[in-house]
Design a protein around this ligand. Structure first.
Ligand code: ADE
Length: 229
């Protein structure tokens, strides 16, 4: 089975590349795609660069060019729900683009005509994630992930995301990947480990915990692969 593992930043995909040093690689559209045969999977690994456009390009390339049949996003996020602390894991049950705004035409924030505010994740992959968490004794939360092209480091914006979208975590790619996968009918799972709390100290916390939280997420994806997608 061809499985795409996508991250936004080099630091987020590095744990996978360290685990699979014998990969081949191909450059497309300014990104490198690393190809690995391991554990019965044909893995396609990449980091997209930050933001929804880059992530959508990479997800599309992984599916349409490389033929990925399932996609897992691994990376870090800002925690909005106070129960999420640095290093904790969350999978999205649904995702929204908080920076889509055509409210001038009477639509709710995040709504796109012929689409919807939220894109739902794959129940089977999420159930697998919960099974892995249970077996390994890892706490895994499930909740709403809001994506947009800003790093949130401000208490008012954080509260707005909670109040407006019921969001539990914020990042800059997940909803665009979810949209691509939904439209191309590829099951996906968006997994994130918390690097910061999207507040006034978020930049410092992000820099401090990017690598360790990225590893928490990558290790969990590894366990999902071992369990069997
Ligand atoms: N990714 C990790 N932390 C984030 C934050 N605070 N805002 C947006 N994306 C993030």
């Amino acid at each position: 089975m061809k499985v795409a593992i996508l991250s936004a930043m080099r630091e987020e995909i590095t744990p996978f590349l360290q685990k699979y040093p014998h990969h081949t690689q191909k450059e497309i559209g300014g990104n490198t795609y690393f190809l690995v045969n391991a554990g019965g999977y044909e893995l396609i690994l990449a980091y997209s660069k930050i933001g929804k456009v880059h992530a959508a390009l990479s997800a599309s390339t992984m599916i349409l060019h490389f033929g990925a049949e399932k996609l897992i996003f691994s990376g870090v996020a800002g925690g909005l729900n106070p129960s999420l602390k640095v290093g904790d894991l969350i999978i999205a049950n649904k995702l929204c683009q908080y920076d889509v705004d055509i409210t001038a035409f009477g639509h709710p924030l995040g709504f796109i005509p012929e689409s919807s505010v939220y894109i739902e994740a794959n129940l089977t992959l999420n159930a697998l994630a919960h099974e892995v968490a249970r077996e390994k004794g890892i706490t895994l939360q499930e909740g709403i992930i809001a994506s947009g092209d800003s790093f949130i480091a401000n208490r008012e914006k954080k509260q707005w995301l909670i109040d407006t979208f019921g969001a539990d975590a914020v990042e800059m790619e997940g909803a665009s990947v979810a949209n691509v996968c939904h439209l191309l009918r590829v099951p996906f799972c968006i997994l994130r480990s918390i690097s910061d709390s999207a507040d006034g100290e978020a930049d410092v916390s992000f820099d401090e915990f990017l690598e360790s939280s990225a590893k928490v997420s990558a290790d969990f994806v590894e366990a999902m692969l071992q369990k069997g997608l």
